[in-house]
Design a protein around this ligand. Sequence first.
Ligand code: BGC
Length: 416
Amino acid sequence: MRKHVLMTTVALFVGATSTNIAAAGDVEVLHWWTSGGEAAALNVLKEGLEGQGIGWNDMPVAGGGGESAMTVLRARVTAGNAPTAVQGLGFDIIDWAKQGSLANLNDVAAKEGWDDVIPAALQQFAKVDGKWVSAPVNVHSTNWVWANKAVLDANGIAVPTTWDEFVAALDKLKAAGITPVAHGGQAWQEATVFDGVAMSVLGPDGYKAAFIDLDEATLGSDSMKEVFDRMGVIRANVDENFSGRDWNLATAMVINGEAGFQMMGDWAKGEFINAGKVPGEDFLCFRFPGTADQVTFNADQFMMFDQGGNVSPEQAALASAILAPSFQSAFNVVKGSVPARTDVSDEAFDACGKKGMADLAAAAKSGNLFGSMAHGHASAASVKNAMYDVITAHFNGEYDSATAVEELVDAVSIAK
Ligand code: BGC
């Protein structure tokens, strides 16, 4: 069944891109899509390109959130050997563009009308100083919770919509001997949870003030202490083996019914789908309690590194293929994300995907769409990393909440 779906989506994609710029040659693609669900999504792109006669030279660097991939990238660029295309997020893309490392995709973008179909929230990270420098693949968001439906049902738990209801659900699961929260102890995963917790406590204005404007008063506020207190509650509901666990193994705990919930971006849905699970039947997706109207987003893009001259035909073909509407649908159905274009139908998407698309459109319209701090869409890498350090130190019991707030203010003021 799954195979059939994949083959159909690939066929669709190849068909739709056959009019795209033809090119011979290879692309080397550096990315961090190494989990089962991620690899399945990547295959949609790989096979589609191969259908156009473009060879795929795979350069995977494991590590959710892409920190390790970015380290490898820096080494490659320093050695004068940049890959053709590189998965990138938010402010990292802007940094590489400002350093003059990225090729100019304006010709492809103009020919295909990217200006009209790619939302402004994404253009701010794809178009730098009037130059398109990367091809947006998708939009993910981080303020999601994933739950095992059978586990919730067996314990009389309804989808929690407030923090208090969520805590009551965690208590019930703990009493029943089930791990309430599946979590992997890695800084980026703690920061991902923090996105949702912070949005629910600080609200949209406070989230923006703290993570985008880096306002010292908000960073040092009593509300921020409450954010850390709630992170402490979550910490008290993870299993004892959480340290260092990869995010997809945490998702597997929810899939297997070993744990009730996981707070993770919608790439987690790719794992449920890859395991043959169905939303609404086997698992549930809902926004972190208290963030029903908000979306903290991150968009994967492929930055095209300048290979010494104009954009290469392979790079142009890859960019064009990525933005093809049929690819945007086929890929994102598998990946768990939603399309990076506003004109793609939600028809092929499951219930969580449809919700993701509707939430994104509504949040953009009502001014409730904000870049994810955890995934590089709120501030530059230096600030993001400074925040990671404090959040993870607190999660691991190094700081109490009051100290964490002070450390956060200090760390951000040094890093910014
Ligand atoms: C990326 C996703 C990826 C996730 C886990 C995020 O930063 O945007 O595409 O699936 O990290 O690796």
